[in-house]
Design a protein around this ligand. Sequence first.
Ligand SMILES: [Zn+2]
Length: 82
Amino acid sequence: MARIFLLIILGYLLYQVLKRMAASADSKPNAKSEENLEEKPEERIVQCANCGCHVPISESQIKNNKILCNNPECQQNQSTKK
Ligand SMILES: [Zn+2]
């Protein structure tokens, strides 16, 4: 008899949790997408000092205090100029 009572309580709690999850998922789609954007502070766009193209900071390299993209031409030109 105690088992049945326990099962009823567990079922009720599970129902409440599922109801809350469904409600929060439905009511805040915008907040979730905004959080995803703020989770990537390192993925800023920077401008290559040589060719001027814009690349994510993770795909750029810094040489002689200048930001260069991954293009080998840019890095070669930078090294041959000076
Ligand atoms: Zn470049």
